[in-house]
Design a protein around this ligand. Structure first.
Ligand code: AMP
Length: 391
């Protein structure tokens, strides 16, 4: 069965077409600058082709994608695509798993746009375009928040007036759930059992860390929005909330302006003044830039503090997993984090850690907790959920 996995941004559309249940990628690619001018890249049989073409909207992109699938003999008719799985960032407390999309699902995604004003409308644009172009496919919504819905109340309510939770849905939702779910299922396969305590570290430009017990999320570092938690590329992570109101008064800033600073001008970029990219921070350190060194030290401390917190909350850990851009590729960041976990009896294997984007155990055989690199695969998770819902 052929299943299309889609991640729509406001001006982009990332896709992979899978043969399921074989989990084989038939074709993948990315449409960019939709609504601006447009280009797209398609990867097929190990070859990558980029074409420039006007992409007025997501529907145009879907139509071009379908033509490419047929022209390249990936499908002989669009009816072969049985389901389209869509990444949706915010599902609120409505969804604890992926669902087949109907009118009610669409209106709830619209409702939750208040908490994901950039992402949910983009996801909806992808859903509507897919519905109008691939008419006979079943559409599935895969929510970033769903995996975190199993958190107990004491871990998702904020210490603010309790009525805010009940009346305004102010609570921790957590994000990157599809990735945390993927790597926590994979680590359980590696460990050969389901009754595990696992800490999953999704460290990329956006980062979050989760505590997963017996395959279910019990805590996560992002909050009501993705701004909370560990220090990220441009997001501040956890800060004293009163700084916000203080600086708004000081600089006469609006809520939108201060939100922009917290989400786009903070994190590694804000501290270093150099870049949000962890590679530039590591290069900066090598060139003696003291603010890059400060940014890296702060990043490592914030990751370590969440791992230590979740280690205690889980009553120990059977594994710690590193994934996403930094987690999979930054040898230096993994080294610094694991070396700081020495108090927990965790010991890095320097040689094993010298890898990028491959699955591997990176701690020594006498390390109290094994640490693994597991490349994430959100697209496959979306295809698997879609397959399981329609099979
Ligand atoms: P993501 O948001 O998952 O795409 O991750 C982006 C982050 O991954 C950026 O901070 C990059 O610096 C980091 N990253 C990607 N590739 C590498 C690499 N080869 N070495 C170190 N960091 C990397």
């Amino acid at each position: 069965m052929k299943i299309l996995s889609v991640n729509a941004g406001s001006s982009s559309l990332k896709f992979q077409l899978f043969l399921m249940p074989e989990e084989k990628v038939l074709i993948s690619g990315l449409f960019e600058r939709i609504g601006i001018d447009g280009s797209y890249t398609i990867k097929l049989n190990g070859e990558k082709v980029t074409k420039e073409t006007l992409l007025a909207n997501h529907e145009v992109a879907f139509n071009i994608l379908m033509k490419e699938l047929i022209d390249n003999n990936v499908v002989s008719s669009l009816d072969e695509i049985k389901a389209v799985g869509h990444r949706v960032v915010q599902g609120g407390d409505y969804y604890d798993k992926s669902v087949i999309i109907d009118d009610e699902v669409i209106s709830r995604i619209e409702e939750m746009s208040v908490l994901a004003p950039l992402h949910n409308p983009a996801g909806l644009t992808g859903i509507k375009a897919s519905m109008s172009v691939i008419k006979n496919a079943i559409n599935v919504a895969v929510f970033d928040t769903a995996f975190h819905q199993t958190m107990p109340e004491e871990n998702y309510v904020y210490a603010l007036p309790y009525e805010w939770n009940k009346e305004y849905k102010i609570r921790k939702y957590g994000y990157h759930g599809t990735s945390h779910k993927y790597v926590s299922e994979r680590i359980n396969q590696i460990l050969g059992r389901d009754n595990t305590r696992v800490i999953t570290c999704h460290l990329g430009n956006g980062s979050s860390i989760s505590a997963v017990k017996d395959g279910k999320c019990v805590n996560t570092s992002m909050g009501l929005t993705p701004t909370a938690g560990v220090i990220m590329g441009t997001r501040c992570g956890d800060v004293d909330a009163t700084i916000i109101t203080y600086m708004m008064d000081k600089l006469n800033m609006s809520t939108k302006e201060i939100e922009n600073v917290m989400n786009k001008e903070s994190g590694l970029l804000g501290i270093s003044g150099v870049s949000n990219d962890s590679r530039d921070i590591v290069d900066g350190i090598e060139n003696g830039n003291s603010r890059c060194l400060l940014a890296q030290k702060m990043l490592v401390n914030s990751i370590v503090s969440y791992i230590a917190k979740y280690y205690v909350e889980l009553g120990g850990a059977d594994a710690i997993v590193f994934t996403a851009g930094i987690g999979e590729n930054s040898i230096v960041t993994r080294r610094d984090v694991i070396n700081k976990l020495g108090a927990l009896g965790i010991k890095l294997d320097e040689e094993a850690n010298d890898i990028r984007s491959i699955e591997r155990l990176i701690t020594t055989s006498d390390s109290k907790v094994p640490c693994y690199v597991i490349p994430t695969n959100e697209e496959l998770m979306i295809a698997k959920d879609s397959y399981n819902l329609i099979k």
